[in-house]
Design a protein around this ligand. Structure first.
Ligand code: MD3
Ligand code: FE
Length: 204
């Protein structure tokens, strides 16, 4: 891992471009793709029943789900009823090395963006401890993402490329953020194309 942090101009938004080498990206992709064989990607729906364009799965004790009952964390896959597969050890190490948070993450949401998938502007508010950081790892196609202050006001657009890692801490933890689009074909890392995003959290 390369620990070269850049200044983002947003307090608490910590970004390490290219933190993972190409070999590390491939190893993590393989580990995650193997783990989710037991917890297949699916498209959650909003409370109104509209499916997300992003496909999702989870690793670790708790997983983020959404359906007609709303948003929540739960210990089992909504379709199979099985516990989420364990979180790869290298993700636990990445969390402690980059966030320094004293407790390990108990949830890893795995988002799969195929061409055309996007994620609307939102805040991450479903975690019990909103003081704990969120750590995000991007793999595959570059994403154009948008971030702005929790209170509203202007947003700015940035890119998240394969191997980039970011931590949302302090005032940035409640920032509004979303994925506008992918730069399709910018990476060959994900079989079938697209982007994987892993977010490590303290959910409970
Ligand atoms: C968290 N995922 O899963 S990750 C999400 O690329 C989510 O799949 C996006 O938003 C993705 O909830 C973005 C990077 C990110 C950026 C800003 C944040 C995560 C953030 C600000 C606050 C909390
Ligand atoms: Fe989010």
């Amino acid at each position: 891992m390369i620990r070269r942090e850049i200044e983002t101009g947003l307090e608490g938004f910590r970004l390490w471009p290219g933190a993972l080498s190409p070999d590390e990206q491939a190893a993590l992709r393989d580990e995650v793709m193997e783990a989710v064989e037991a917890a297949p990607f699916y498209r959650p729906t909003t409370r109104s029943g509209r499916p997300f364009s992003v496909e999702m799965s989870n690793l670790g004790p708790l997983g983020w789900v959404s359906d007609r009952g709303g948003y929540r964390y739960q210990p089992v896959h909504p379709a199979t009823g099985a516990p989420w597969p364990p979180m790869p050890e290298r993700l636990l190490e990445l969390w402690s090395e980059l966030t320094g948070w004293p407790e390990p993450p108990d949830a890893c949401l795995v988002n799969l963006y195929r061409e055309g998938a996007r994620m609307g502007l939102h805040q991450d508010l479903d975690e019990a401890d909103r003081a704990a950081p969120v750590l995000s790892v991007s793999l595959g196609d570059t994403a154009v993402f948008r971030i702005g202050a929790a209170e509203g006001g202007p947003t700015r657009s940035m890119r998240l490329a394969s191997g980039d890692v970011c931590a949302l801490t302090g005032p940035a933890r409640l920032a509004r953020h979303g994925i506008d689009r992918l730069l399709a074909g910018s990476s060959n890392l994900i079989p079938g194309g697209g982007r994987l995003n892993l977010t490590l959290r303290r959910a409970a």
